[in-house]
Design a binder for this molecule. Structure first.
Ligand SMILES: [Zn+2]
Length: 226
């Protein structure tokens, strides 16, 4: 089973991706991991990537896409793969789509997690971390996992721990807005990439409910009806 999963930050893409990987026993293709492996293995393509990584620049598509294709064709990935976080824009979608087609690789599912931009932003900024157990999700913008409020203070809704912390990244509004702008750009951004696939195949639109399980059940129901 070969899957491309789209969804903005705050849509629960990471969690739904993990559920898909477990369900279909497929492996995740992560560009960060691929870069590191190619660089440490000193492959030709890794040496080219390193120049950009060392400068703190984005690795160009003509390096990234061949690396992803090598991974897709790797025998360790023959049971299937899940690609999320790539492609991020229309240009990447076109290049990757053409390579996949040329290599005769079957793309089983393209999935888009649907969430509106304001809701995504509120969910990112609403995340709170339980200091005693990081698997306790708390979010002030999601009713089902809202921290308990007592005397003006917030407590973990699972264990009652009184220390809830906030990741600095989750409050960096300028960075969040920038990422969401790239995602929601229908001309050249990630939604344009989604539309590239919609013009060629069925793309499963999964609504991002506030509860993880509701979203995953909805997603599995759609996929099983295909
Ligand atoms: Zn807790």
């Amino acid at each position: 089973m070969n899957i491309i999963l789209f969804g903005p930050n705050g849509s629960g893409k990471g969690t739904q991706g993990a559920i898909l990987r477990e369900k279909f026993s497929v492996r995740r293709i992560e560009t960060g991991v691929i870069f590191r492996e190619n660089v440490s293995g000193s492959t030709d393509i890794g040496r080219r990537a390193k120049i950009f990584i060392d400068r703190g620049e984005l690795v160009p598509d003509d390096i990234t896409i061949p690396m992803i294709m090598n991974r897709i064709k790797n025998p360790n990935f023959k049971n299937g793969w899940l690609l999320d976080g790539f492609p991020r824009n229309l240009t990447q979608a076109e290049a990757l789509g053409m390579d996949i087609e040329r290599e005769g690789i079957n793309l089983d599912f393209v999935i888009e997690i649907i969430i509106d931009r304001d809701t995504a932003k509120n969910r990112i900024m609403g995340r709170r971390l339980c200091a005693s157990e990081n698997s306790h999700p708390n979010n002030i913008s999601i009713d089902a996992i809202r921290p308990v409020e007592k005397h003006g203070a917030l407590f973990c809704h699972v264990c009652g721990c009184e220390t809830l912390t906030i990741r600095a990244d989750d409050q960096d509004e300028a960075a969040i807005d920038k990422r969401l702008s790239i995602y929601f750009d229908t001309k050249t951004g990630t939604l344009a990439a989604v539309n590239y696939f919609k013009a060629r195949m069925k793309v499963f639109e999964v609504h991002s409910f506030s509860e993880v399980q509701e979203t995953s059940e909805h997603m599995m129901e759609l996929l099983s009806c295909s």
